[in-house]
Design a protein around this ligand. Structure first.
Ligand SMILES: Nc1ncnc2c1ncn2[C@@H]1O[C@H](COP(=O)(O)OP(=O)(O)OP(=O)(O)O)[C@@H](O)[C@H]1O
Length: 356
C-alpha cells in the first residue's frame, strides 16, 4: 500500500493548551485507520486539521505529495462525517445525499445514478423520499454515510461515528463500516475513544496520549506488544506489577522474589512494570510447589462472563489483586470459589517488562 497522507512534525496549541505536540504519521491508500485515545488527547484536533477546519501551528501535511495545509477545505478531496450527522431536516434522504453532488454541478442522469448507487450501498433505497425526522438513529447515520461517500473522496473522516447508537446497532455498524470501506476502496480515518471499536475495525491504529502518538501499529501489535505502560493500560485488560528489572524478570515491589518476564534488554535495576494479560495467567487450586514459579494467592472475587470466568486473586505483598481470565471449560472451575487458595503462574515469554 502506498502513502496517501503524510503528516510531519505537526503541532497545534490553543492558548496554553498543547493539543498536538509533534505528530508524524503516514496514512496509506485504502486502509481503515483509527485515531484512538482518551478524551483530550488531540485526536479531534488532528481530524479537524485534515478536514481544513483548523490550521497547524507548525509542521507539514501532504496528500499525494501535495501540500494540504494551503488548500481550502472545500477543495480537498476529503469528506467528513460528523458525530451529529448534520443532515438537512427539510430535505428528503435522497435530497440530502444528492446535495453535495449538485453543489459540484452534477446534474441529470449522472446525479440520479450516483445518488441511487450511494443509497443502495447503505441499503436506504426504501426510505429515499422520507425526511430525516422519520428515520431511526441507525438510518440517519446511513444517510450521513451515503452523503459522505457519494462524492467519492480520497479520504473519509469519521468523528466518533458510532457514539450516538445503542450497543446492538453499534456492533452491527462496525461490520457495516468495514464492509463499506472494503467495497469502496476509500481510505477511512476514524476517531474513537473506544478501544474495542478500534481493535475490531481498523487495519492500523495510532493510540494518542497528550498530543503525541504513544504507539502506531496493527491492532494485534498494540495488544500483544504494547510499547509502554500507557498503551498496556489503555488497550484491553492488563495486570501491571511494579518493581525493577532483574535477571529473569522483575524484582517485584513488596515481594521477596523475581517474577518471570522477558527482560526486553532492560538493565537490571531499571524501574519497570511487569505486564501480563489476564488470559495468560494460569490459576490452579492449592499452593505453589516450592520449586515452581507460581505465586500464592487467595481468590477475592469470581465473575462469570458467559464463556469466561474473571478471577481477582489477592497476593500478599502486591498492591493490586491479579486479574485472571479462565475459559469456562476448565475442570478446576468448581474449586475457584471466593477465599480459595490458588497458585498463579505464567510463562516467562508471556510477560513483558515496560518502562514509563
Ligand atoms: N477550539 C479550541 N479552543 C481551546 N481549546 C481547545 C479547542 N479545541 C480543542 N481544545 C483543547 O485541546 C485539547 C485536545 O482536544 P481534542 O478535542 O483534540 O481532544 P480529543 O482527543 O478529540 O478529545 P474528545 O474525545 O474529548 O473530543 C483539549 O485539551 C481541548 O480542550
Amino acid at each position: 500500500m502506498t502513502g496517501l497522507i503524510q503528516i510531519a512534525a505537526v503541532e497545534k496549541s490553543f492558548g496554553p493548551v498543547v493539543a498536538l505536540a509533534g505528530i508524524d504519521l503516514e496514512i496509506r491508500e485504502n486502509e481503515f485507520f483509527a485515531l484512538l485515545g482518551p478524551s483530550g488527547c488531540g485526536k479531534t484536533t488532528l481530524l479537524r486539521i485534515l478536514a481544513g477546519f483548523e490550521t497547524p501551528d507548525r509542521g507539514r501535511i501532504a496528500l499525494d505529495g501535495r501540500d494540504l495545509v494551503a488548500m481550502p477545505a472545500n477543495r480537498r478531496p476529503i469528506n467528513m462525517m460528523f458525530q451529529s450527522y448534520a443532515l438537512f431536516p427539510h430535505m428528503t434522504v435522497e435530497g440530502n445525499v444528492a446535495y453535495g453532488l449538485e453543489m459540484e454541478g452534477v446534474r441529470g442522469p449522472e446525479l440520479k445514478r450516483r445518488t441511487a448507487e450511494a443509497l443502495a450501498m447503505v441499503q436506504l433505497e426504501d426510505v429515499a423520499r422520507r425526511k430525516p425526522h422519520l428515520l431511526s438513529g441507525g438510518q440517519r447515520q446511513r444517510v450521513a454515510l451515503a452523503r459522505a461517500l457519494v462524492k467519492r473522496p480520497r479520504l473519509l473522516l469519521l468523528d466518533e461515528p458510532l457514539a450516538a447508537l445503542d450497543k446492538k446497532l453499534r456492533d452491527q455498524m462496525r461490520l457495516e463500516l468495514k464492509r463499506l470501506q472494503h467495497e469502496t476502496g476509500i481510505t477511512f480515518l476514524i476517531v474513537t475513544h473506544d478501544q474495542e471499536e478500534a481493535l475490531v475495525m481498523a487495519d492500523r491504529i495510532a493510540l494518542m496520549n497528550q498530543g503525541q502518538i504513544a504507539q502506531l501499529g496493527p491492532p494485534r501489535a498494540l495488544y500483544e506488544e504494547p510499547a509502554n505502560r500507557f498503551v498496556a493500560d489503555f488497550i484491553g485488560l492488563m495486570n501491571l506489577i511494579e518493581g525493577r528489572a532483574a535477571p529473569g524478570g522483575l524484582a517485584a515491589q513488596g515481594l521477596d522474589r523475581v517474577l518471570p518476564a522477558a527482560e526486553g534488554g532492560l538493565p537490571a535495576g531499571t524501574p519497570a512494570s511487569l505486564a501480563i494479560r489476564p488470559e495468560r495467567i494460569r490459576v490452579r487450586p492449592g499452593t505453589p510447589t516450592a520449586s515452581g514459579d507460581g505465586l500464592a494467592g487467595r481468590v477475592e472475587s469470581v465473575a462469570y462472563l458467559g464463556q469466561d470466568l474473571i478471577l481477582h486473586v489477592r497476593v500478599v505483598g502486591l498492591a493490586r489483586p491479579l486479574v485472571a481470565r479462565l475459559g469456562a471449560g476448565q475442570e478446576s472451575l468448581p474449586e475457584m470459589t471466593e477465599g480459595a487458595a490458588v497458585a498463579c503462574e505464567w510463562t516467562k515469554e508471556r510477560a513483558r517488562l515496560l518502562t514509563n
